[in-house]
Design a protein around this ligand. Structure first.
Ligand SMILES: [Zn+2]
Ligand SMILES: [Zn+2]
Length: 376
């Protein structure tokens, strides 16, 4: 309880104390080993605090509060019983009264013990019931988890995939990221989200992104990666594409007319409060900072609003289209084909000529050019 460094000291004190308290002194101990085991060494405390020995705490030496409470309880009990005996036997002599008090105390102690035992039993029963309920809940959850894990992948049908296998999960996440990245590209372009120009730009951007994702996938496969690690590599590529698109969109929107206007107003408002600054330079700096913040805020706002508008304007059918059990490469190719197909519908011919996979290399060059321009 006190650690190995202090244990020897605590035990030495304990033995000294108990030898001194031994009736007849140390010489009265005739069986040293028996005395050490029975009386000298064991911790002696009526309370439940394991650090307590004879009413004081071993690690601090302070009086044990729990023991003090126990002692106070006992005194209270004795006072109460004495009061009762005095009231019941007002004319009894002191010896009769003492016996009556002892008898009353024994009864109270017995009753207390019985009550404590009853409480202990009830607590044990409650604990057992709680443990049983927890056990039942755990078993139920275990069954549910087994059932969940046994479910096949809802996309590719792979068995025991927990409803969605790792490859399909990565593919789904990749699709979501690509959609968000395309939305950011459209939002940053400043073209109205329902225009053919926006649709054309989206198709080009999406095709370029799919090439990047496919490249990441192919590289991983070539390097010996399995289907899952390749799918995850594709998702990581899509993540960085989204990041790039958001960054360029924020840059573009931050220099658009809306942001310029907001920045100008914020700068002017701050400049009107220039008397609050000690120097002209400080006032100018504050005005510049206010303008910068307004510009960034406006760009963030426009990006969020226009991205959402673009995503909402896309047909839900195209968003939930299932690639089916055809493998990763086919999935990306199909996605790219869909992107080209979508663009060919609303876009005017001059902006987005209908492209097929036959002239894919021209499409590839153009997509790269668009992506480069987007990044700029
Ligand atoms: Zn104690
Ligand atoms: Zn799957």
């Amino acid at each position: 309880m006190v650690g190995p460094e202090r244990a020897a000291g605590v035990l030495a004190e304990r033995l000294t104390r108990r030898l001194a308290a031994q009736p007849g002194g140390p010489e009265a101990v005739t069986d040293p080993v028996g005395w050490l085991r029975g009386r000298g060494l064991p911790r002696s405390s009526p309370c439940t605090d394991a650090r307590c020995d004879e009413g004081s705490l071993m690690h601090t030496g302070a009086a044990c509060e729990r023991c003090a409470d126990l002692l106070a309880d006992r005194r209270q009990r004795r006072t109460r019983v004495s009061g009762q005996v005095r009231a019941e036997l007002p004319d009894a002599d002191s010896e009769t009264r003492r016996q009556a008090v002892e008898h009353g105390l024994r009864e109270v102690v017995t009753a207390d013990l019985a009550r404590d035992e009853q409480r202990r039993r009830q607590a044990a029963e409650a604990a057992a019931a709680r443990a049983a309920a927890a056990q039942r809940a755990w078993a139920k959850a275990e069954v549910a988890e087994r059932v969940r894990r046994a479910r096949p992948c809802r996309r590719c049908g792979a068995p025991e995939a927990g409803g969605l296998c790792g490859v399909c999960r990565a593919q789904e996440e990749t699709e979501t990221l690509i959609r968000q990245a395309v939305a950011a590209a459209v939002a940053g372009s400043g073209r109205p989200v329902d225009s053919g120009a926006a649709a054309a730009l989206a198709a080009d951007a999406e095709a370029a992104m799919r090439i990047r994702v496919q490249h990441a996938y192919d590289q991983t496969r070539k390097g010996g990666g399995n289907e899952l690690s390749a799918a995850v590599a594709g998702r990581l590529a899509a993540e960085s594409l989204l990041h790039e698109c958001r960054r360029s969109a924020l840059q573009a929107l931050g220099h658009g007319p809306e942001a310029e206007e907001e920045a100008g107003q914020a700068r002017a408002a701050q400049w009107r409060r220039r008397h609050l600054h000690r120097t002209v330079e400080a006032a100018e700096q504050a005005a510049e900072a206010a303008g910068r913040e307004a510009r960034e805020r406006t760009a963030e706002h426009l990006l969020a609003v226009r991205s959402s508008a673009w995503l909402a304007a896309q047909t839900p059918a195209a968003l939930v289209e299932e690639p089916g059990p055809r493998g990763q490469a086919a999935a990306y190719a199909a996605g790219a084909a869909r992107a080209v197909h979508r663009a060919s519908r609303p876009a005017p011919a001059a902006e987005a000529p209908v492209r097929t996979r036959e002239n894919a290399s021209a499409g590839y060059r153009r997509a790269l050019a668009v992506l480069t321009a987007l990044r700029r």
